[in-house]
Design a protein around this ligand. Structure first.
Ligand SMILES: [Zn+2]
Length: 944
């Protein structure tokens, strides 16, 4: 993965003179501000004599697994002129042979221990860093040893075999090709302007195609020799391992690395601050949206060293957070100034950041968007914020840190490990969650409105700050494209308008005016095998409860019932399809979505309704103490959807602006054609989002459909999993779910007869100017639904994915990403679908289709190898072992068993079921499903 974007909250701070008002703070807390931020005592940091740094942190979620990282403080910025793109190419070569692993052995080993390998899943390269990612299951000791061996090999003995380099060129060029298109072409014009005068302007990590095609083998070896050295590396170990043991592994494998004599200095590129304002207009015929960006001068990030710096970070988060909430409010208008937009602090370059205002244009064009962005910034700078805004935002921030604190012993290793990577690469502070929570408690509440307003006035760019104003998008007959001078003038005059302070509107303070009339629990049934209690309420609603300790502060909820869009007349399809979305845009009870966020400040609870094709569902989550709030939200979503003409108009306007030019994007047009070919224009055929379809939504009809589906809760089953206790939740269920209206009339779905085309169909779609193709293959058909059969089909698709990586990617160098998926469904009719997606170059289309079909033919003839099937089974097993201790997994499995009418205890026998799958099963599945008499092939090729 290439990391172009490092937007938003980095923990480090912006320059700011210390004029803090410490009103109401204790003397002790004030004294503490001068202290240096400590290092989290739970992490052991060490340095070997050769200069290599290491971090070790024991963490037992998940159990029997460790997360290893090799962080190299080296990226594209260190490339010589003849090496552009090779920092990233080195990352690819690390998986193509080293001292202890031949060719693709690392990939094969990872798959064999159940670690998925995907396109760059296991490493990324940016301007300033390359990070290798290695999760290792630790049941077998030899796997830990091998994991550290891989890290050592990456750090010091990558082979750079000539033939392997030449083969990998294709893969990297395919990665480069995948990024091409309108966005990329425009970005390459804008980007050098953003980084005028800096080396960053000339070092995009993907590099240059001609260098990737032609570089001499020695040139990439030189990069590795120069920069992969102990003083620029860190090894990070987080997981279920004793620190002393981890340290032994590190010493065994890394103490022997030699420091480089006369090392090249690791320079950091400057980013000169822009001194003059400039406008820039970039157009592209395949662009889909008009976007305004205002970049203010880059500044050095201030280091966060002391507790006082941390406090300043809190002030800054308060101000950026309130400002972004205001921007979100602007788009609620019937005639919104932009589709979405905001001002935030972002950056691409190590050690630098800048304020940026960005907006996707709505009907009002660039002028309306620029006015809104600039004037909202000015409103904040001149008048500051209100006490109510500050109070709410403090509550939100406090709630967030409190939840992290509550989960301190239940945080996944994969989430912790990034903190240490960032500490090594960017010196981001790691005081630990206990300290961070303490600092929030000590300082957040006492931060005054005057202080936040003073900070905002000082830091937000003023109208006279030099800026780069960019407009990107397509040239269209109905859109007047300004000149770059006109564009800049818009930004300059925007600030001159008369600006008034923000006005806070009063809203209700509680979700429900009065408590609903509670129902009763009429039956309770336990399933001790899977630890669930099923409760039936007097209105017929069923609730499956599973209290867990997987997390300390998390409750997850799902609900489902057959019904859905297909019940309605096809002429109302868009009103049906968007009805739940439209309600979500308008709110519930007396609250618009913005008001709802305000009234929920300091609470963590959310609920979303959805009307799908054959069912209606709700999803929700909350922190442990907010369970009642979540259930109140459920009650409101059923009983009090809110109708609001202005918010509806706003939604339609925004969606239409967003999608009106979508067909200019070749891949969008391709997907549209694929749907048309597969479903021959059936009234319920899936569709890509289009402005004209949004225009067909009728507000009254959408509300009517929503009420028809959610106005009657008969037959709904809820699943609630997480941190709660049964005695405490039961009365709440009676109050908020037992009170839902229910007629007792059974709800079911309808089958509209939507079926994919039969026989062999081959089509070509021509669209786009870049040399980019896209192959899609589909096998569809009817088959009786069966869980075991489904598993065999999934095994087939995963075995094929291994082959796609081995042959199409690594051997042929024909693709970078792509792969296979399989799905078996029981409703509305029993069917399977199997698909393959291969983005590639036009010259390789025939070769890749042939190769893919050959791999399928081999499996149909001989079945997969035992080794490949074992890789799939091991991956599933490893995922299962982790998943079975996750609330989300249980919710989705329990809901699925409700929908399929299956026995939920089957969840426990998953490992047994996968163990029984044989190569012959997979072979049989291939013969049965991947027939050459019934498949669809659609290829996107560029226009000539
Ligand atoms: Zn890559």
């Amino acid at each position: 993965m290439l990391r172009f974007h490092k937007l938003l909250h980095s923990i480090s701070l912006w320059t700011y003179a210390l004029t803090l008002l410490f009103l109401g703070q204790s003397v002790v807390a004030q004294e503490k501000l001068k202290e240096k931020l400590p290092i989290d005592p739970t992490v052991k940091i060490g340095k070997l004599s050769n200069g290599l740094t290491y971090y070790i942190r024991k963490n037992v979620k998940p159990e029997r697994k460790i997360e290893l990282r090799l962080a190299v403080n080296v990226g594209s910025i260190l490339e010589d002129d003849d090496q552009q793109g090779l920092a990233h190419f080195v990352e690819h070569m690390a998986f193509n042979g080293s001292k202890n692993f031949q060719k693709n052995d690392i990939v094969s080993f990872l798959q064999s221990i159940g670690v998925e390998f995907g396109a760059d899943l296991n490493a990324y390269t940016g301007f300033d860093e390359t990070v290798y990612i290695l999760p290792i299951p630790t049941e077998k000791k030899e796997n830990i040893e091998k994991g550290f061996q891989i890290l050592e090999d990456w750090a010091s003995t990558v082979a750079f075999d000539g033939a392997e380099i030449d083969k990998e060129r294709g893969v990297v060029l395919e990665e480069s090709r995948g990024g091409k298109g309108a966005e990329d072409r425009m970005f390459r014009v804008v980007y050098p302007k953003m980084f005028q005068g800096s080396k960053y302007a000339e070092r995009l990590p993907i590099g240059k195609d001609d260098i990737l095609k032609n570089f001499k083998h020695d040139v990439i070896k030189r990069f590795y020799r120069d920069w992969y050295r102990p003083d620029l590396m860190a090894v990070i170990v987080v997981g279920d391992i004793e620190p002393a043991e981890a340290e032994r592994y590190i010493k065994t494998h890394f103490e022997k690395l030699k420091p480089v004599a006369n090392p090249r200095p690791r320079a950091y590129a400057d980013v000169p601050a822009r001194a003059t304002s400039e406008g820039l207009v970039v157009t592209d015929p395949e662009a889909t949206n008009h976007v305004i960006e205002i970049y203010y001068p880059s500044q050095r990030e201030k280091e966060t060293v002391t507790v006082s710096d941390y406090r300043e970070y809190l002030v800054r988060r308060l101000f950026t957070s309130i400002l972004s909430q205001r921007m979100q409010e602007l788009v609620q208008k019937a005639d919104p100034p932009f589709v979405f937009g905001g001002t935030f602090v972002g950056g691409y370059a190590r050690g630098y950041e800048s304020f940026q205002s960005i907006a996707y244009l709505a009907k009002g064009g660039p002028e309306a968007a620029i006015n809104a962005l600039v004037q909202e910034n000015e409103r904040a700078r001149k008048f500051g914020f209100t006490a109510a805004e500050l109070d709410r935002t403090k509550k939100m921030m406090m709630k967030g840190i409190e939840r992290s604190f509550n989960e301190r012993d239940k945080t996944e290793s994969a989430n912790l490990v990034d903190e240490y990577v960032n500490h090594f690469l960017q010196q981001e502070p790691i005081p630990g969650i206990e300290k961070e929570f303490q600092y929030h408690k000590d300082y957040l509440d006492a931060i005054t409105l005057e202080e936040v307003n003073a900070y905002t006035a000082k830091n937000l760019p003023s109208p006279t700050t030099p800026k780069l104003v960019v407009l990107q998008g397509p040239e269209k007959a109905d859109f007047k494209m300004p000149t770059k001078e006109e564009l800049l003038a818009m930004a300059e005059t925007a600030a001159k308008a008369e600006i008034k302070p923000y006005e806070e509107k009063a809203i209700a303070t509680s979700l429900l005016e009065k408590s609903p009339t509670a129902g009763k629990i009429t039956a309770t049934k336990e399933n001790t095998a899977i630890g669930t209690t099923t409760v039936t309420l007097s209105n017929g609603v069923t609730v499956i409860l599973k209290p867990t300790d997987f997390k300390n502060d998390q409750v997850i909820m799902n609900a489902t019932r057959f019904g859905g869009q297909y019940l309605f007349d096809a002429k109302d399809r868009f009103s049906a399809e968007f009805s739940s979305v439209v309600i979500s845009q308008m709110g519930i009870g007396s609250f618009s979505p913005v008001d709802l966020r305000k009234v929920l400040a300091g609470k963590s609870a959310s609920v979303s309704p959805r009307i799908g094709p054959i069912s209606e569902t709700l999803t929700g989550s909350c922190s442990a103490v907010d369970l009642e709030t979540m259930l109140q939200l459920v009650y409101l979503n059923f009983t009090q959807p809110r109708k609001d003409q202005e918010l509806f108009t706003s939604f339609v306007t925004k969606q239409q602006s967003l999608y009106q030019n979508m067909t200019s994007n070749p891949e969008f047009t391709f997907q549209d054609s694929v749907f048309n070919i597969l479903y021959k224009g059936h009234a319920w055929s899936p569709k890509v989002p289009k402005g004209e379809n949004i225009g067909l939504i009728n507000l009254d009809k959408a509300v009517e459909i929503y009420k028809a589906r959610f106005g009657d809760a008969t037959g709904f089953t809820f699943v609630i999993v997480g941190k709660f206790d049964l005695a405490q939740i039961k009365p709440m269920l009676e109050t908020y779910l037992g009170s839902l209206p229910a007629s007792g009339k059974k709800s079911t779905f309808k089958d509209p007869g939507l079926r994919p085309v039969k026989g062999v169909v081959k089509k070509e779609v021509r669209k786009g100017t870049e040399p980019k193709s896209f192959i899609r293959l589909f096998w569809n058909g009817e088959t009786p639904y069966n869980e075991t059969e489904n598993l065999k089909m999934q095994a087939l698709s995963e075995v094929l994915n291994i082959k796609v990586i081995e042959k199409l990617r690594e051997d042929l160098g024909g693709i970078y990403s792509g792969g296979v998926f399989a799905r078996m469904s029981k409703y509305p009719y029993s069917n399977y679908s199997f698909g393959m997606a291969l983005p590639c170059g036009p010259e390789n289309v025939d070769k890749l289709i042939t190769a893919a079909l050959e791999e399928i033919a081999k499996i149909k003839k001989d079945g997969p190898t035992e080794a490949d099937l074992n890789k799939v089974k091991e991956t599933w097993k490893q995922q299962y072992v982790v998943n079975v201790k996750e609330n989300n997994f249980w919710v989705s499995q329990l809901i699925q068993s409700v929908e399929l009418g299956a026995d939920p205890t089957g969840i426990l026998s998953y490992e047994k079921r996968i163990a029984t799958i044989t190569p012959k099963d997979v072979k049989d599945a291939a013969v049965k499903y991947l027939t050459d008499k019934n498949y669809v092939q659609v290829v996107l090729n560029p226009e000539k």
